[in-house]
Design a protein around this ligand. Structure first.
Ligand SMILES: Nc1ncnc2c1ncn2[C@@H]1O[C@H](COP(=O)(O)OP(=O)(O)OP(=O)(O)O)[C@@H](O)[C@H]1O
Ligand SMILES: [Mg+2]
Length: 272
């Protein structure tokens, strides 16, 4: 029986050990459990980064139900699934927003397997690479092959977890699978929908100490976003909350996360 890593090696071929050489920093937003806020965070953080003057593209890589376009109030002409299945030019699908953010919208449907199988997503990222400084990838939830494929192409992953124990347990499982395939991939943690600083840190510490103990690596907790009805309110209005409610607590948390993400991940501790 092939193990997970072997299956992925077969699945993504040459991209397994990491992406091909590139210059833009690729950051994948992933979570073990669905609905914890990956898209809300990826949309608002990428917008904040663009507004800080960094050339940023958000690629909606959710191979299930992509919805970054909805949160940005965009009706896409074409989407990533069509680019992947027709081997089209991804630049034709890119939407340039007034904020300076670029979006490559995702599929409103489950992506066909062939789109995931062939390394075409790597090709899409390569084509976009020269034009941007940051490629943020909004991934799906869970540990399936599509999610692992996205992780296999990233330079770092931001794991979004909610304070509930199911979310942290699934986040741990996801980190385990990711590290089986990419031992050196930097893992950063964000806690979303926390009620206060204590709860957020408690969640992050629990997850980080399990990862540290059983997977022998140190994930970097980079911040948290409070649970706040303005997040859903902005989503209903199809406006990113950093734009619509700039003074709110979640928006301030997003700005601080964006600034943190702009700094490269902390390296492993120096050997003594
Ligand atoms: N900090 C928050 N406070 C309140 N509601 C939030 C917060 N973050 C996200 N939500 C709400 O939670 C729901 C799920 O968010 P979102 O779609 O961003 O999650 P997701 O992880 O991308 O989901 P999926 O796994 O389906 O892709 C949405 O209704 C969103 O408005
Ligand atoms: Mg999502």
């Amino acid at each position: 029986m092939p193990d997970q890593a072997e299956k992925l090696r077969h699945l993504v071929g040459r991209t397994y050990t990491g992406p091909m050489p590139h210059q833009a920093r690729r950051i994948a937003f992933l979570s073990g459990k669905g609905g914890v806020g990956k898209t809300s965070l990826a949309v608002n953080i990428s917008l904040a980064m663009a507004r800080l003057g960094h050339k940023t593209i958000l690629v909606d890589c959710d191979l299930g139900l992509a919805n970054a376009d909805v949160l940005l109030g965009i009706q896409p002409r074409t989407t990533l699934d069509r680019v992947l299945t027709k081997n089209g030019d991804p630049r034709n699908a890119v939407v340039v927003m007034p904020s300076g953010l670029w979006l490559l919208p995702g599929a409103g449907m489950i992506l066909p397997q062939e789109a995931v199988d062939t390394g075409r997503l790597e090709h899409v990222l390569q084509v976009l690479d020269a034009d941007v400084d940051f490629i943020l990838m909004d991934g799906g939830a869970g540990i399936d092959e599509g999610v692992q494929h996205v992780a296999s192409l990233a330079d770092e992953v931001v794991i979004v977890a909610a304070p509930e124990s199911a979310s942290t347990l699934n986040a741990y499982r996801l980190i385990k699978v990711i590290l089986e395939n990419r031992r050196d991939l930097p893992v950063r943690l964000v806690v979303n929908r926390a009620h206060n600083d204590f709860a957020a840190r408690h969640t992050a510490n629990r997850l980080a100490s399990a990862v540290n103990k059983f997977l022998s690596t140190e994930p970097e907790f980079i911040g948290w976003v409070p649970s706040d009805p303005i997040v859903e309110q902005a989503a209903r209005e199809r406006r990113p909350f950093v734009e619509k409610y700039p003074g709110s607590m979640p928006s301030r948390a997003i700005i601080s996360l964006a600034n943190r993400i702009l700094q490269p991940p902390a390296g492993p501790p120096e050997a003594a």
